[in-house]
Write a protein that binds this ligand. Structure first.
Ligand code: ZN
Length: 181
């Protein structure tokens, strides 16, 4: 009996070790981030000490320390896929690809957020400039700034750090389209 228990205990130990390793080997932060959701609208209030353990250093620096990525470095800057951009920290839907435009400023630019709850606006008078900072409406992570030199219909330019964006292709819409045609 004791040998059987030892045998099962070692199997459980083996499985749990492998499970730990597989999450360690995959730098998919969504799986390691219990606050990430594309549908949950509840506000996320988490201390920076905890975010630091969950987020990659690049995302943490911009989202939680109000950093700025170097211009022309984001893969989303000239990205033209159809889909939705989410907050990379909490998964909140932020922008649709059809509101994205090429501003030439070096960062992914949009003229309109998905909804009012997508974004929070804050005055930013740092670096001797009067700007409006935009934060995620769900987790209050720093995203970038909004300027009033954008295209119609809003005339706004949301200048967003690509590092804090998470893109998902409009797969469902595509599938539905293919079924009908
Ligand atoms: Zn967020």
């Amino acid at each position: 009996m004791k040998r059987i228990i030892t045998f099962f205990a070692s199997i459980i130990f083996f499985i749990s070790c492998n499970a730990q390793n597989s999450t360690k080997n995959k730098p998919d932060m969504n799986k390691n981030n219990p606050y990430y959701s594309n549908s949950d609208t509840n506000k996320v209030v988490v201390k920076n000490e905890e975010w630091q353990k969950i987020l990659s250093p690049e995302v943490y620096d911009i989202a939680r320390q109000k950093g700025t990525e170097s211009p022309w470095t984001s893969k989303f800057e000239k990205f033209k896929e159809i889909g939705t951009y989410y907050c990379a920290v909490c998964g909140n839907p932020l922008f649709k690809s059809n509101t994205k435009f090429e501003s030439g400023c070096g960062w992914p630019s949009f003229y309109e957020p998905i909804s009012k709850s997508s974004i929070i606006y804050l005055p930013d008078n740092s670096h001797g400039m009067k700007r409006t900072e935009v934060e995620c409406g769900r987790c209050k992570s720093h995203l970038g700034h909004v300027f009033d030199d954008g295209p119609p219909p809003t005339g706004l330019r949301y200048c967003i750090n690509g590092v804090v964006l998470d893109f998902k292709k409009a797969q469902e819409a595509e599938n539905n389209y293919n079924k009908k045609h």
